[in-house]
Design a protein around this ligand. Structure first.
Ligand SMILES: *Cc1c(COP(=O)(O)O)cnc(C)c1O
Length: 441
């Protein structure tokens, strides 16, 4: 390969200069299944699951790795991570339903969310949810009512807002005091929530959950988070005898989207968390709880790429060249939401050096529909298959029908074989749930 770009993990190139992922020619896949197309390497998803398990097995006595499904909530991936022994985190009734259809063991499901509705809670309770992560007093009221009616107890964790600010984009920070998530430490809310849950005949409080954000590069924030949680555990042990069996001092490991990103390794992430927990628990003289870890992005992001077809190349003399692809913000809204950056390459020209700087844009009716502001490409032309690597997390999951787009297909590749795991939406799908005012017959 001639470029210093980010490549799919099992990338190669064919004799005719096409990008290949795990033995499948990307140009052929694009022509067979159409574009935009999400292509995932099964091996990479499995490898990431194993790296998390190995890293925590090496430093923790008791741990549980939980796939945060919102990054890519599809049946095929739920089945893969289940086979790899991971548990599952869902954040809605819809994700819970997908997990049920995938046959995921419900005992290993954690149900999150700051506004779980009554039907969602009922659906999870009726279908054997293992753990509910309670986010507010109102939720506690509702949950207690439902459990009292059913006459049974439910394992819960409480989500606590630790007041730690991770260095990441504002929109993906979650641990700051001014947050819609969880019970704040400020004002004693978290302490009150623990006291109340312990007193409830219906809630079986097993521990705490915290989360400080996503795409985190500086591991030091985790130590601060654990330290703050340790203080809370000490205080509530002394005040009400609270015993924390499971602790999730959460926050997502950053991943490499572009050559400039330098994320920590999974091992370093595990070591900081394990050592932090051991030392902080020793400091407050409490037993070390099971450590829960919830990776989403770092399981699926680098396993996925998106393939597009170039439609137009518009040269504005003295300004710039716009290369338009047949997708955009309807299949990857992250550049517009978080100023996320991606690299890009032409799958049918990977054996040439890039010679042009262009702006890669989507086909939507918004000027903000820019996928890559400054892309170095090999003389882009209509018909080229353009690929953005590392689109495996939060791209398909956030896809929309904007401008009447049919959401893309998802293909999984493994050792030269490709399988469709999500069909492309059809034009009929687009209008299937619409009811006309007048019948045209
Ligand atoms: C989003 C989220 C995750 C996953 O975060 P990633 O950065 O994708 O690993 C885990 N836990 C909670 C509570 C989340 O909201």
């Amino acid at each position: 390969m001639t470029h210093t770009l980010i490549y799919p993990v099992h990338a190669n190139h064919t004799a005719d200069g096409h990008l290949e992922v795990d033995g499948c020619d990307v140009v052929e896949l694009a022509h067979t299944y159409g574009t935009p197309l999400f292509i995932y390497e099964e091996k990479t998803i499995r490898d990431q699951c194993r790296r998390f398990k190995d890293a925590f097995a090496a430093c923790a006595n008791d741990y549980e790795i939980i796939y945060a499904s919102k990054a890519l909530p599809i049946i095929a991936v739920f089945q893969l991570v289940e086979e790899e022994g991971l548990s599952l985190d869902v954040a809605s009734g819809g994700e819970y339903h997908t997990a049920l259809v995938a046959g995921f063991p419900t005992e290993r499901i954690f149900y999150h969310g700051n506004n779980k509705t009554r039907w969602e809670l009922e659906y999870a309770l009726d279908n054997g949810v293992g753990t509910i992560v309670v986010d507010s007093m109102d939720e506690m009221d509702l949950l207690e009512t439902l459990l009292a009616a059913a006459g049974r107890r439910q394992r819960v964790l409480l989500r606590v807002t630790p007041g730690i600010e991770a260095h990441t984009h504002d929109f993906i920070q979650t641990g700051q005091i001014d947050s819609k998530f969880g019970f704040g430490l400020a004002g004693g809310l978290a302490r009150d929530a623990i006291e109340r849950a312990m007193a409830s005949p219906w809630l079986d409080l097993w521990g705490l959950h915290a989360h400080i954000g996503s795409q985190i590069f500086e591991l030091g924030a985790f130590r601060s988070e654990i330290s703050v949680l340790a203080d809370l555990l000490k205080e509530t042990r002394e005040a009400f005898g609270f015993e924390c069996r499971w602790l999730n001092a959460g926050g997502g490991l950053g991943i490499k989207y572009t050559a400039d990103d330098t994320p920590a390794t999974i091992q370093a992430y595990a070591e900081v968390k394990c050592r932090g927990l051991r030392e902080e628990m020793a400091r407050v003289d409490l037993p070390v709880p099971r450590i829960l870890v919830e990776p989403g992005r770092s399981i699926v992001a680098k396993a996925g790429i998106t393939a597009y077809t170039v439609g137009t190349v518009k040269k504005l003399p003295g300004i710039r060249t716009y290369v338009s692809v047949d997708g955009g913000m309807s299949d990857n809204i992250r550049p517009m939401l978080y100023e996320a950056e991606y690299e890009v390459m032409i799958a049918n020209k990977v054996d040439h050096e890039p010679d042009t700087v262009v702006r890669v844009v989507g086909k939507h009716c918004e000027s903000s529909d820019v996928l890559v502001k400054e892309a170095r490409l090999v003389s882009p032309e209509p018909g080229d298959i353009l690929v953005t690597p590392v689109t495996g997390a939060y791209c398909f999951a956030m896809a929309s029908n904007y401008n009447g787009s049919c959401r893309p297909a998802v293909v999984m590749v493994n050792n030269g074989k490709a399988r469709v795991v999500v069909e492309r939406e059809s034009l009929d799908d687009l209008v299937a749930r619409q009811r006309p005012l007048r019948s045209e017959s």
